[in-house]
Design a protein around this ligand. Structure first.
Ligand SMILES: *Cc1c(COP(=O)(O)O)cnc(C)c1O
Length: 374
Protein backbone atom coordinates (compact mmCIF):
# COMPACT_ATOMS: atom_id res chain seq x y z
CA UNK A 1 0.00 0.00 0.00
CA UNK A 2 1.10 3.52 -0.69
CA UNK A 3 2.89 4.97 2.38
CA UNK A 4 0.30 7.73 2.76
CA UNK A 5 -3.25 6.86 3.74
CA UNK A 6 -6.40 7.94 5.50
CA UNK A 7 -7.26 5.98 8.62
CA UNK A 8 -10.97 6.02 9.46
CA UNK A 9 -12.10 5.14 12.97
CA UNK A 10 -15.52 3.46 12.78
CA UNK A 11 -15.93 3.53 16.56
CA UNK A 12 -15.87 7.32 16.44
CA UNK A 13 -18.39 7.20 13.60
CA UNK A 14 -20.68 5.09 15.80
CA UNK A 15 -20.15 7.47 18.72
CA UNK A 16 -20.97 10.53 16.60
CA UNK A 17 -24.08 8.92 15.12
CA UNK A 18 -25.37 7.81 18.51
CA UNK A 19 -24.58 11.13 20.11
CA UNK A 20 -26.54 13.07 17.46
CA UNK A 21 -29.53 10.71 17.49
CA UNK A 22 -29.74 10.70 21.28
CA UNK A 23 -29.50 14.47 21.31
CA UNK A 24 -32.48 14.70 18.96
CA UNK A 25 -34.57 12.45 21.21
CA UNK A 26 -33.59 9.04 19.82
CA UNK A 27 -34.89 9.64 16.34
CA UNK A 28 -33.27 7.73 13.48
CA UNK A 29 -30.74 9.35 11.16
CA UNK A 30 -30.50 9.70 7.43
CA UNK A 31 -26.74 9.32 7.09
CA UNK A 32 -25.41 11.84 4.60
CA UNK A 33 -22.72 10.18 2.50
CA UNK A 34 -22.61 12.57 -0.47
CA UNK A 35 -19.23 13.59 -1.91
CA UNK A 36 -17.72 10.23 -1.01
CA UNK A 37 -18.97 10.54 2.58
CA UNK A 38 -17.28 13.94 2.88
CA UNK A 39 -14.08 12.33 1.64
CA UNK A 40 -14.15 9.40 4.05
CA UNK A 41 -15.35 6.74 1.58
CA UNK A 42 -19.07 6.43 0.81
CA UNK A 43 -19.28 2.66 0.44
CA UNK A 44 -17.45 1.76 3.64
CA UNK A 45 -18.98 4.54 5.72
CA UNK A 46 -22.42 3.87 4.23
CA UNK A 47 -22.18 0.17 4.97
CA UNK A 48 -21.18 0.91 8.57
CA UNK A 49 -24.01 3.40 9.04
CA UNK A 50 -26.49 0.82 7.77
CA UNK A 51 -25.00 -1.73 10.18
CA UNK A 52 -25.50 0.82 12.95
CA UNK A 53 -29.19 1.11 12.11
CA UNK A 54 -29.75 4.36 10.24
CA UNK A 55 -33.10 4.99 8.52
CA UNK A 56 -31.17 5.22 5.27
CA UNK A 57 -28.41 7.06 3.46
CA UNK A 58 -28.45 10.22 1.37
CA UNK A 59 -26.38 11.23 -1.64
CA UNK A 60 -26.20 14.21 -3.98
CA UNK A 61 -25.98 12.52 -7.37
CA UNK A 62 -27.56 9.53 -9.06
CA UNK A 63 -24.06 8.15 -9.68
CA UNK A 64 -23.28 8.29 -5.96
CA UNK A 65 -26.46 6.29 -5.36
CA UNK A 66 -25.57 3.82 -8.09
CA UNK A 67 -22.13 3.26 -6.52
CA UNK A 68 -23.80 2.29 -3.23
CA UNK A 69 -26.12 -0.13 -5.03
CA UNK A 70 -23.26 -1.63 -7.03
CA UNK A 71 -21.42 -2.21 -3.75
CA UNK A 72 -24.42 -4.24 -2.59
CA UNK A 73 -25.94 -1.71 -0.20
CA UNK A 74 -29.71 -2.32 -0.24
CA UNK A 75 -30.76 0.30 2.33
CA UNK A 76 -32.92 3.30 1.48
CA UNK A 77 -30.98 5.96 -0.42
CA UNK A 78 -32.40 9.45 -0.59
CA UNK A 79 -31.24 11.61 -3.48
CA UNK A 80 -30.84 15.20 -2.28
CA UNK A 81 -31.20 18.29 -4.44
CA UNK A 82 -33.88 18.98 -6.99
CA UNK A 83 -34.42 16.03 -9.33
CA UNK A 84 -33.90 16.85 -12.98
CA UNK A 85 -36.72 15.30 -15.06
CA UNK A 86 -34.12 13.60 -17.28
CA UNK A 87 -32.97 11.57 -14.29
CA UNK A 88 -36.34 10.05 -13.43
CA UNK A 89 -35.53 6.83 -15.23
CA UNK A 90 -32.11 6.38 -13.61
CA UNK A 91 -33.55 7.00 -10.17
CA UNK A 92 -36.05 4.20 -10.68
CA UNK A 93 -33.43 1.89 -12.11
CA UNK A 94 -31.21 2.26 -9.04
CA UNK A 95 -34.03 2.29 -6.53
CA UNK A 96 -33.24 5.75 -5.17
CA UNK A 97 -35.76 7.99 -3.41
CA UNK A 98 -35.56 11.33 -5.21
CA UNK A 99 -36.29 14.74 -3.72
CA UNK A 100 -38.84 16.71 -5.67
CA UNK A 101 -38.91 20.50 -5.90
CA UNK A 102 -40.67 21.00 -9.22
CA UNK A 103 -43.83 19.84 -10.94
CA UNK A 104 -41.78 18.92 -14.01
CA UNK A 105 -39.77 16.39 -12.02
CA UNK A 106 -42.88 15.04 -10.29
CA UNK A 107 -44.59 14.55 -13.64
CA UNK A 108 -41.56 12.90 -15.22
CA UNK A 109 -41.17 10.53 -12.29
CA UNK A 110 -44.86 9.67 -12.26
CA UNK A 111 -44.85 9.01 -16.02
CA UNK A 112 -41.72 6.82 -15.90
CA UNK A 113 -43.03 4.88 -12.93
CA UNK A 114 -46.42 4.22 -14.53
CA UNK A 115 -44.75 3.13 -17.75
CA UNK A 116 -42.81 0.56 -15.74
CA UNK A 117 -45.84 -0.47 -13.69
CA UNK A 118 -44.27 0.94 -10.52
CA UNK A 119 -45.16 3.40 -7.83
CA UNK A 120 -42.17 5.66 -7.21
CA UNK A 121 -41.39 6.77 -3.69
CA UNK A 122 -40.31 10.39 -3.37
CA UNK A 123 -39.68 13.04 -0.72
CA UNK A 124 -40.90 16.59 -1.22
CA UNK A 125 -38.61 19.42 -0.28
CA UNK A 126 -40.02 22.78 0.77
CA UNK A 127 -38.16 26.06 0.70
CA UNK A 128 -38.69 27.50 4.16
CA UNK A 129 -35.96 30.11 3.77
CA UNK A 130 -32.86 28.60 2.20
CA UNK A 131 -33.90 29.84 -1.23
CA UNK A 132 -32.14 27.08 -3.11
CA UNK A 133 -34.38 24.08 -3.71
CA UNK A 134 -37.86 23.14 -2.57
CA UNK A 135 -41.45 23.96 -3.42
CA UNK A 136 -42.89 27.19 -2.05
CA UNK A 137 -44.57 26.72 1.33
CA UNK A 138 -47.67 28.55 0.04
CA UNK A 139 -48.12 25.85 -2.61
CA UNK A 140 -48.26 22.97 -0.11
CA UNK A 141 -52.07 22.64 -0.15
CA UNK A 142 -52.45 22.72 -3.93
CA UNK A 143 -49.47 20.43 -4.32
CA UNK A 144 -50.87 17.82 -1.99
CA UNK A 145 -54.11 17.71 -3.96
CA UNK A 146 -52.34 17.68 -7.27
CA UNK A 147 -49.88 14.93 -6.37
CA UNK A 148 -52.68 12.85 -4.89
CA UNK A 149 -53.90 12.26 -8.43
CA UNK A 150 -50.53 10.92 -9.60
CA UNK A 151 -50.95 7.16 -9.41
CA UNK A 152 -47.27 6.52 -10.13
CA UNK A 153 -46.05 8.57 -7.16
CA UNK A 154 -46.00 8.00 -3.44
CA UNK A 155 -44.88 10.88 -1.24
CA UNK A 156 -43.23 9.10 1.67
CA UNK A 157 -41.31 12.05 3.10
CA UNK A 158 -41.44 15.82 3.42
CA UNK A 159 -38.49 17.95 4.40
CA UNK A 160 -36.75 21.29 4.40
CA UNK A 161 -33.19 22.48 4.89
CA UNK A 162 -31.75 25.13 7.22
CA UNK A 163 -29.68 27.98 5.84
CA UNK A 164 -27.87 28.92 9.04
CA UNK A 165 -28.77 26.81 12.04
CA UNK A 166 -25.26 27.41 13.36
CA UNK A 167 -25.43 31.14 13.88
CA UNK A 168 -28.78 32.60 12.99
CA UNK A 169 -31.17 31.13 15.49
CA UNK A 170 -33.99 33.60 14.75
CA UNK A 171 -33.98 32.83 11.06
CA UNK A 172 -33.93 29.12 11.86
CA UNK A 173 -36.95 29.57 14.15
CA UNK A 174 -38.71 31.23 11.22
CA UNK A 175 -37.89 28.26 9.02
CA UNK A 176 -39.27 25.91 11.67
CA UNK A 177 -42.51 27.92 11.83
CA UNK A 178 -42.89 27.76 8.06
CA UNK A 179 -42.21 24.06 8.06
CA UNK A 180 -44.99 23.60 10.62
CA UNK A 181 -47.42 25.01 8.03
CA UNK A 182 -46.32 22.31 5.61
CA UNK A 183 -46.71 19.63 8.28
CA UNK A 184 -50.25 20.85 8.92
CA UNK A 185 -51.10 20.38 5.25
CA UNK A 186 -49.62 16.89 4.89
CA UNK A 187 -50.73 15.62 8.29
CA UNK A 188 -49.75 12.23 9.63
CA UNK A 189 -48.09 9.87 7.22
CA UNK A 190 -44.94 11.19 5.59
CA UNK A 191 -41.57 11.08 7.30
CA UNK A 192 -40.71 14.65 8.28
CA UNK A 193 -37.08 15.69 8.51
CA UNK A 194 -35.45 19.05 8.95
CA UNK A 195 -32.19 19.00 10.89
CA UNK A 196 -28.70 18.91 9.44
CA UNK A 197 -25.89 18.68 11.99
CA UNK A 198 -26.13 22.29 13.17
CA UNK A 199 -29.92 21.93 13.41
CA UNK A 200 -29.56 18.77 15.47
CA UNK A 201 -27.08 20.46 17.80
CA UNK A 202 -28.95 23.74 18.28
CA UNK A 203 -32.58 22.64 17.82
CA UNK A 204 -32.59 19.11 19.27
CA UNK A 205 -36.38 19.30 19.87
CA UNK A 206 -36.86 19.46 16.08
CA UNK A 207 -35.66 15.92 15.43
CA UNK A 208 -39.13 15.08 14.02
CA UNK A 209 -39.08 11.76 12.12
CA UNK A 210 -35.36 11.74 11.41
CA UNK A 211 -32.27 13.93 11.47
CA UNK A 212 -29.94 14.41 8.49
CA UNK A 213 -26.41 14.77 9.85
CA UNK A 214 -23.41 14.95 7.56
CA UNK A 215 -20.47 16.87 8.99
CA UNK A 216 -21.33 15.75 12.54
CA UNK A 217 -20.99 12.08 11.61
CA UNK A 218 -17.46 12.86 10.52
CA UNK A 219 -16.87 14.77 13.74
CA UNK A 220 -15.57 17.91 12.12
CA UNK A 221 -17.18 20.45 14.42
CA UNK A 222 -15.54 21.25 17.74
CA UNK A 223 -17.00 21.62 21.22
CA UNK A 224 -20.10 19.47 20.88
CA UNK A 225 -18.71 16.12 21.98
CA UNK A 226 -18.09 14.72 18.50
CA UNK A 227 -14.75 13.29 17.37
CA UNK A 228 -13.13 13.60 13.95
CA UNK A 229 -13.16 10.07 12.56
CA UNK A 230 -10.18 10.31 10.21
CA UNK A 231 -6.50 11.02 10.32
CA UNK A 232 -4.05 11.26 7.48
CA UNK A 233 -0.89 9.24 8.01
CA UNK A 234 2.33 8.94 6.04
CA UNK A 235 5.75 7.35 6.23
CA UNK A 236 8.79 9.19 4.89
CA UNK A 237 10.20 8.11 1.56
CA UNK A 238 13.46 9.94 2.25
CA UNK A 239 15.22 11.38 5.30
CA UNK A 240 18.32 13.48 4.83
CA UNK A 241 20.66 15.91 6.49
CA UNK A 242 21.09 19.24 4.76
CA UNK A 243 23.73 21.78 5.54
CA UNK A 244 23.00 25.46 6.19
CA UNK A 245 21.82 27.57 3.27
CA UNK A 246 20.11 24.77 1.36
CA UNK A 247 16.89 25.76 -0.40
CA UNK A 248 13.91 23.45 -0.28
CA UNK A 249 11.03 22.99 -2.72
CA UNK A 250 9.50 24.93 -5.58
CA UNK A 251 10.55 28.56 -5.58
CA UNK A 252 13.07 27.88 -2.80
CA UNK A 253 10.77 29.46 -0.26
CA UNK A 254 12.59 27.85 2.64
CA UNK A 255 16.31 27.89 3.30
CA UNK A 256 17.91 25.79 6.03
CA UNK A 257 19.39 27.95 8.78
CA UNK A 258 21.85 25.44 10.12
CA UNK A 259 22.32 21.75 9.67
CA UNK A 260 18.80 20.35 9.47
CA UNK A 261 17.16 16.95 9.16
CA UNK A 262 14.44 16.94 6.53
CA UNK A 263 11.94 14.20 5.70
CA UNK A 264 9.97 13.94 2.46
CA UNK A 265 6.43 12.63 2.94
CA UNK A 266 4.56 11.28 -0.10
CA UNK A 267 1.43 13.40 0.23
CA UNK A 268 0.63 16.71 -1.44
CA UNK A 269 -2.04 19.01 -2.72
CA UNK A 270 -3.30 16.38 -5.17
CA UNK A 271 -4.21 14.38 -2.06
CA UNK A 272 -6.13 17.29 -0.62
CA UNK A 273 -3.60 19.15 1.49
CA UNK A 274 -4.20 22.85 0.78
CA UNK A 275 -1.23 24.30 -1.08
CA UNK A 276 -1.56 27.65 0.74
CA UNK A 277 -0.46 25.99 3.98
CA UNK A 278 3.24 25.72 3.15
CA UNK A 279 4.50 27.89 5.98
CA UNK A 280 1.73 27.13 8.45
CA UNK A 281 1.02 23.40 8.51
CA UNK A 282 2.73 21.07 10.93
CA UNK A 283 2.81 17.30 11.04
CA UNK A 284 3.34 15.11 14.08
CA UNK A 285 6.07 12.55 14.33
CA UNK A 286 4.65 9.58 16.24
CA UNK A 287 7.68 8.37 18.13
CA UNK A 288 7.79 5.22 20.23
CA UNK A 289 5.91 5.13 22.51
CA UNK A 290 3.22 6.39 20.15
CA UNK A 291 1.85 8.73 22.78
CA UNK A 292 4.83 11.00 22.07
CA UNK A 293 3.94 13.39 19.27
CA UNK A 294 6.68 15.72 18.12
CA UNK A 295 5.59 18.71 16.10
CA UNK A 296 7.42 19.10 12.80
CA UNK A 297 6.84 22.12 10.59
CA UNK A 298 6.18 21.72 6.89
CA UNK A 299 9.02 23.61 5.20
CA UNK A 300 9.06 24.68 1.57
CA UNK A 301 6.12 24.62 -0.82
CA UNK A 302 3.56 21.88 -0.72
CA UNK A 303 4.03 19.99 -3.99
CA UNK A 304 1.41 18.06 -5.85
CA UNK A 305 2.50 14.72 -4.42
CA UNK A 306 5.00 15.46 -1.67
CA UNK A 307 5.80 17.67 1.30
CA UNK A 308 9.04 18.27 3.16
CA UNK A 309 9.12 18.56 6.95
CA UNK A 310 11.84 19.58 9.40
CA UNK A 311 12.71 16.90 11.93
CA UNK A 312 14.28 17.17 15.37
CA UNK A 313 16.80 14.51 14.25
CA UNK A 314 17.17 11.46 12.01
CA UNK A 315 14.38 8.85 11.85
CA UNK A 316 13.98 5.69 9.80
CA UNK A 317 11.57 5.16 6.92
CA UNK A 318 9.09 3.23 9.04
CA UNK A 319 8.41 6.21 11.25
CA UNK A 320 4.76 7.26 11.26
CA UNK A 321 3.76 10.85 10.71
CA UNK A 322 0.32 12.25 11.35
CA UNK A 323 -0.22 14.79 8.58
CA UNK A 324 -3.76 15.55 9.77
CA UNK A 325 -4.78 14.36 13.21
CA UNK A 326 -8.13 13.10 14.43
CA UNK A 327 -8.67 16.09 16.66
CA UNK A 328 -8.93 19.85 16.33
CA UNK A 329 -5.22 20.54 15.97
CA UNK A 330 -4.93 24.16 14.78
CA UNK A 331 -2.16 23.46 12.25
CA UNK A 332 -2.61 19.81 11.49
CA UNK A 333 -6.20 18.61 11.23
CA UNK A 334 -8.90 18.94 8.59
CA UNK A 335 -10.62 21.42 10.85
CA UNK A 336 -7.38 23.38 11.36
CA UNK A 337 -6.64 23.41 7.63
CA UNK A 338 -10.09 24.89 7.04
CA UNK A 339 -9.51 27.60 9.66
CA UNK A 340 -6.11 28.46 8.18
CA UNK A 341 -7.45 28.72 4.65
CA UNK A 342 -10.59 30.64 5.51
CA UNK A 343 -13.12 27.98 4.70
CA UNK A 344 -15.34 25.45 6.46
CA UNK A 345 -14.12 22.00 7.48
CA UNK A 346 -16.39 20.45 4.85
CA UNK A 347 -14.01 21.62 2.15
CA UNK A 348 -10.69 20.00 3.12
CA UNK A 349 -12.69 16.85 3.94
CA UNK A 350 -14.33 16.54 0.53
CA UNK A 351 -11.01 17.32 -1.13
CA UNK A 352 -9.35 14.23 0.33
CA UNK A 353 -8.41 12.56 -2.91
CA UNK A 354 -9.80 9.27 -4.12
CA UNK A 355 -6.22 8.15 -4.75
CA UNK A 356 -5.48 8.11 -1.01
CA UNK A 357 -5.84 4.61 0.37
CA UNK A 358 -8.40 4.36 3.14
CA UNK A 359 -8.12 1.96 6.05
CA UNK A 360 -11.13 1.36 8.31
CA UNK A 361 -10.68 0.37 11.95
CA UNK A 362 -13.13 -1.03 14.45
CA UNK A 363 -11.80 -1.51 17.99
CA UNK A 364 -8.33 -0.84 16.59
CA UNK A 365 -8.58 -3.71 14.09
CA UNK A 366 -8.66 -3.19 10.34
CA UNK A 367 -12.05 -4.26 8.97
CA UNK A 368 -11.92 -2.78 5.48
CA UNK A 369 -9.49 -1.16 3.13
CA UNK A 370 -9.55 0.57 -0.24
CA UNK A 371 -6.20 1.03 -1.93
CA UNK A 372 -6.95 4.23 -3.83
CA UNK A 373 -6.31 2.65 -7.21
CA UNK A 374 -9.90 2.56 -8.41
C1 LIG B 1 -25.52 18.14 2.94
C2 LIG B 1 -26.89 18.16 3.51
C3 LIG B 1 -27.11 17.79 4.84
C4 LIG B 1 -25.99 17.54 5.84
O1 LIG B 1 -25.52 18.79 6.32
P1 LIG B 1 -24.39 18.88 7.45
O2 LIG B 1 -24.26 20.32 7.68
O3 LIG B 1 -23.19 18.27 6.85
O4 LIG B 1 -24.88 18.12 8.62
C5 LIG B 1 -28.42 17.70 5.27
N1 LIG B 1 -29.45 17.98 4.43
C6 LIG B 1 -29.27 18.36 3.15
C7 LIG B 1 -30.45 18.67 2.30
C8 LIG B 1 -27.98 18.48 2.65
O5 LIG B 1 -27.81 18.87 1.39
Amino acid sequence: MRPAWLEVNLDFLAHNLRSLCVRAGNVPAIGIVKANAYGHGAVEVGRELVRLGVWGLAVATVEEGRALRQAGIAARVLLLGSLHPEQAEAVLRWGLIPSLSTLESAEALDARARALGLRAEAHLEFDTGMGRTGFAVEDAGALKEWLGRYTGLKVSGVYSHFADAEENLLWTEEQITRFAEVQKVFGRGPLYHLCNTAGTVNFPHMGLGAVRPGIGLYGLIPNVGLYPIARLLAKPTLVKRLSAGHRIGYGGLYTTEGEEWIATLPVGYADGMPRQLYNRATVRLLDEPVSVRLECPVVGRISMDQITVRLPGPVDLNTLFEVASADFHPNGSLWGWAELTGTVSYEPAVRLAARLPRVYLRAGVEVARRDGGE
